[in-house]
Design a protein around this ligand. Structure first.
Ligand code: ARG
Length: 369
């Protein structure tokens, strides 16, 4: 959404504060609106209270049409870091975020809202590098090739060259960009094993346990926070049916099928489908064994239907994008397959900008190890 399409700041402030006072059954909306009007007249901006920010961030999650895991939206922990704009401090707070979110495996949804003029170039705090080799082959995650090149151009020397090298963070503040390597203790990972098939464990696959989206802006009452990384916990299919399985990502189904001893010469043997199921079993099993919170697609979709009922009782419409809500594995076995959703974008919201590096002319390649 471009700024020109948005109503003026005061109208957006009124609409959000109306929602905040209504949903929390508070008195004093008129006084608050008067104060905001004066502040906007004087400064062109207004300041959300800590409670307003907290509620706004939770409602932005509640409004996320693509998210199937919205039931626990009131439990989002909101870290008010609007005074923080110095890169070193931001990085320190990001480490604390990762620690508090991990919570010894009982992963908590957390958002950290930073001050103006700050953005993080990485789409997630934890991502694996994608290195293009001279022959065109990619080591690591093909989804991060452009990001990896961008970070190299910013001065990163590259990692050790494995399929799972954690990328450094590029934190931009007041126009200058700083790179930070995440220490190993900040990045919890789970190595994949299968409860019955040791050969699957021998493939050396793993994934990091925290998905922390760091390239979406948070908009509340017309105010936009460009640096507001947030996390939930993984849904098994995100890792097993997409990140590790997609042909444009880690493309591991042929290896998994081989570990299972399947006939991969004919697609009609359904080797891809069988490999996919066992890879999903492996991810859920491995996270469970490691004591790390993870959802499965059956439970999370049932919870989503509960969320819909809960919202209906509260008199609110749920927006949803069907193609994102249905899981990529056994979709028709889950209740969302059989339901219809109206997509839409309501405020407060999370918004996507353009990739930071998309408009930069970059040719740098990471040194291959
Ligand atoms: N699909 C993304 C990934 O695999 C994560 C998106 C957010 N997921 C979540 N469970 N909060 O990394």
């Amino acid at each position: 959404m471009t700024a020109a399409l948005l109503p003026p700041l005061l109208a957006q402030a009124e609409s959000f504060l109306g929602l905040f006072y209504r949903e929390n059954r508070l008195d004093g909306l008129d006084d608050r609106l008067n104060a905001v009007q004066k502040e906007v007249a004087r400064t062109g901006q207004y300041t959300l209270s800590n409670d307003e920010l907290t509620h706004g961030a939770r409602v932005a999650w509640r409004n996320s049409a693509r998210c199937v895991g919205r039931l626990p939206w009131p439990a989002l922990a909101v870290r008010d870091l609007r005074q923080v704009t110095r890169p070193d401090e931001i990085f320190g707070h990001l480490l604390t975020h990762l620690h508090e979110a991990l919570n010894d495996g009982h992963i908590r949804p957390v958002i950290s809202v930073f001050g103006p003029g700050v953005r993080i170039h990485n789409p997630q705090l934890i991502r694996y590098a994608g290195y293009v080799q001279p022959g065109g082959e990619i080591i690591g995650d093909p989804a991060t090739v452009a990001l990896t090149a961008h970070l190299c151009r910013l001065g990163w020397k590259g990692g050790s060259g494995t399929r799972f090298d954690v990328l450094p963070l590029a934190i931009e503040s007041a126009g200058s960009i700083h790179l930070y390597e995440l220490p190993a203790h900040a990045v919890r990972e789970v190595a994949l094993t299968h409860p019955e098939i040791p050969a699957l464990g021998a493939l050396g696959l793993k994934w990091h346990v925290l998905p922390v989206i760091s390239d979406m802006s948070l908009e509340i009452g017309g105010q936009v926070f460009a640096c507001a990384p947030f996390n939930g916990w993984y849904l098994g299919t995100e890792i097993a049916a997409r990140n590790l399985a997609d042909t444009e990502r880690y493309h591991q189904l042929p290896e998994v099928a081989q570990a299972l001893g399947l006939d991969t010469s004919r697609s009609r043997s359904l080797w891809q489908d069988r490999a996919l199921v066992e890879l999903n079993v492996a991810v859920l099993h491995s996270f469970d064994a490691a004591g790390i919170r993870i959802s499965d697609h059956h439970a999370v979709t049932r919870q989503f239907v509960r969320f819909e009922h809960q919202e209906a009782r509260a008199g609110r419409a749920v927006r949803g994008r069907w193609s994102w809500l249905v899981p990529p594995l056994s979709p028709a076995t889950t209740p969302v397959w059989h339901r219809q959703y109206v997509d839409g974008d309501e405020s407060p919201r999370f918004m996507h900008g353009q990739d930071v590096w998309a408009d930069l002319q970059e040719t740098a390649r990471c040194p291959f190890h």
